[in-house]
Design a protein around this ligand. Structure first.
Ligand code: ADP
Ligand code: MG
Length: 255
């Protein structure tokens, strides 16, 4: 399993349609290694649709049509020849609700590497431990690896899902409101974890929580009605946005 690290992801004029409805409108946005980008904007503005198109999760929805380019490693992700399983190995995903498999903690992590050809038990053990350590879950789970993942708390389950995405050595991790179903303590743990993980991965996170965006991200992109209105360094977006719509949103005048 050889994966080039530190790739840049570059989106050019991406439009996504559900039937006739254009949910994402010609968005261009680049994502750099070791950087967290927060996607913010009111509900329904296309954040999740945009995020899911980066690793072609939208393919599973029949009515979806996509225009534009998404470049990773010199390949346009939207090319028909792209192997989506390998694509999703490079661009992992963590969803809003923790969705561990109905399997043991160990099997949740080992599933991906095994699928990609790792057979050696010692190697799998090492991947499981390393992934759980990186997801700040090892200490809590090392004595119960073969018990059901569903017995973990919600926050632990979400860190398990992060560990599961790490286990196949992605270069990019997409997170769609990963803490919105969690309590404040678990949320803080996820935010700490994002700060750790960004040293190794490019992270794109959708959040409706502006404080969270300000805390965890380096770059912020503000979406409104399917369009990317403004993007820049998080501090600049939150203190000195260029566009009035951005200012209105971050000061709570709408959304
Ligand atoms: P956000 O994540 O910013 O709340 P979404 O990407 O979920 O926004 O939705 C953008 C728009 O696309 C909304 O108008 C929503 O109703 C529509 N939409 C989202 N998912 C689907 C779908 N599976 N089929 C049809 N329309 C959808
Ligand atoms: Mg959403």
């Amino acid at each position: 399993m050889i994966v080039e690290k530190n790739n840049r992801l570059s989106v050019k004029n991406l439009s996504v349609f559900y039937g006739e409805k254009e949910a994402v409108k010609s968005v261009s946005l680049d994502f750099a290694p070791s950087e967290v980008t927060a996607l913010i904007g009111p509900s329904g503005c296309g954040k999740s649709t945009f995020l899911r198109s980066l690793n072609r999760m939208n393919d599973t929805i029949d009515s979806v049509r996509t225009k534009g380019e998404i470049w990773l490693d010199g390949v346009n992700v939207n090319d028909p020849g792209v192997d989506v399983v390998l694509l999703r190995q490079k661009i992992g995903m963590v969803w809003q609700r923790p969705n561990p498999f109905h399997k043991s903690i160990y099997e949740n992590i080992a599933f991906g590497p095994r699928y990609h050809g790792v057979r050696d038990k010692r190697e799998l053990d090492a991947i499981v431990e390393d992934s759980l350590r990186k997801a700040a879950l090892w200490e809590e789970t090392k004595d119960r690896l073969h018990r059901s993942a569903l017995a973990l708390s919600g926050g632990q389950q979400q860190r398990l899902c992060i560990a599961r995405s790490i286990a196949v050595s992605p270069s990019i991790i997409l997170m769609d409101e990963p803490a919105s179903a969690l309590d404040p303590v678990s949320t803080a743990k996820i935010e700490e974890l994002i700060a750790e993980l960004k040293q190794e991965y490019c992270i794109v996170i959708v959040t409706h929580n502006m404080h969270q965006a300000a805390r965890v991200s380096d770059k912020t992109a503000f979406f409104y009605m399917g369009k990317l209105i403004e993007t820049g360094n998080t501090e600049q977006i939150f203190t000195n946005p260029v566009e009035k719509a951005t200012d209105d949103y971050i000061t709570g005048r709408f959304g």
